[in-house]
Write a protein that binds this ligand. Structure first.
Ligand code: ZN
Ligand code: ZN
Length: 337
């Protein structure tokens, strides 16, 4: 039997407080620790990055139209990509949601927010957080992801951008795959900071933040403008010589990653005896306190910018003070905590 108290405790509100503070991975010059982080489970590669690579490989081989077909836009292959992405998103987000929120396989154990997602709340479409989040994910998120994907393939199919081939440049090909999550972190951070610029926040990003008590479907629940920006990291492949597979993998990892990131649980109970950390607390704290943890990956960008919240009481105090000062300067009256 798992002893929960080994990993954290619940506060008066019923929220889960993990004992371990949020931490960045070791710096590359601490080579031994760094390599351990790359290869351990869960670490940089396993299990999530490798799963997305494997899924991308299967999709590339069996569920992507030939590159010749995609030289000219046509409804048939565009509709195919859209349908395929809807199936993938429904399956992956649906699985997270089904096990954690419908079947509730681990109950409230390690659930960061003590409550379950809101029903009968006017903030959300259909008055239900899950239905609202599902709507924005499928009606806006997947079509915009698919549009970026189709545009990427079309650019490669017409040789408007430089290709590299796995057979001729295997090292470069693999290096790009491995570095995509790092690049995504940087891109996400920059886009996210822009989205917290007050006019953008009010018009666009507020929709994503409606979910304070996040669940898997909250991950891709964004305003269409945010979807457009969120998936735009794929433009890197028009600059760095790449392969259409990189377009597929980048969009897939970017599109599916938020399901885990917004799972709302600190750890996954694998069986009666083992648990696995989900590394969700960093972004959960962003949804809770807004003005911290804009990044959600391996680069210590928030630490450099002074916006890092590791979950401790000291960090909470620092971030709240910073937020109040900023709110005073900008005339924003929003409640924190
Ligand atoms: Zn935000
Ligand atoms: Zn989020």
């Amino acid at each position: 039997m798992i002893d929960d108290s080994q990993f954290g405790s619940r506060d008066r509100r019923g929220d889960w407080l993990p004992h371990d503070p949020v931490a960045y991975p070791p710096a590359p010059w601490r080579l031994h620790l760094f390599l351990k982080w790359i290869f351990k489970i869960p670490g940089y590669l396993f299990p999530w990055t490798i799963s997305y690579v494997a899924l991308s490989a299967v999709i590339w081989l069996y569920a992507t139209p030939s590159i010749e077909t995609m030289r000219t836009f046509s409804i048939s292959w565009l509709a195919f990509l859209l349908a395929r992405n809807l199936v993938v998103v429904s399956a992956v987000y649906g699985a997270w949601h089904y096990f954690l929120y419908i079947k509730r396989t681990q109950g409230s154990r390690f659930k960061l927010n003590g409550r379950w997602p809101a029903v009968d709340n006017d903030t959300f479409l259909f008055k239900r957080q899950n239905a609202d989040n599902l709507f924005w994910s499928l009606a806006s998120g997947v079509p915009i992801w698919t549009a970026w994907e189709a545009f990427g393939y079309w650019m490669f199919a017409n040789h408007y951008v430089r290709w590299i081939d796995f057979h001729r440049n295997p090292i470069m090909f693999c290096a790009i795959v491995v570095l995509i999550p790092v690049f995504h972190d940087l891109h996400f951070y920059l886009v996210h900071r822009f989205l917290h610029w007050p006019p953008m926040y009010r018009m666009v990003h507020r929709l994503h933040h409606n979910a304070v008590n996040v669940g898997p479907w909250s991950g891709l629940s964004m305003h269409p403008v945010e979807h457009l920006l969120y998936f735009s990291g794929v433009l890197i492949h028009f600059v760095v010589p790449s392969h259409p597979f990189h377009v597929l993998f980048q969009l897939l990892a970017t599109g599916l990653g938020p399901a885990r990131g917004h799972a709302g649980f600190d750890r996954l109970a694998l069986n009666g005896r083992q648990t696995m950390p989900l590394h969700t607390q960093m972004h959960y704290l962003h949804h809770k306190y807004f003005e911290c943890n804009y990044g959600d990956g391996p680069l210590p960008l928030d630490r450099w910018a002074g916006t890092f919240h590791d979950g401790s009481a000291e960090a909470k105090e620092r971030i709240t003070r910073r937020f109040m000062e900023r709110a005073d300067r900008m005339g924003i009256g929003r409640k924190v905590g």
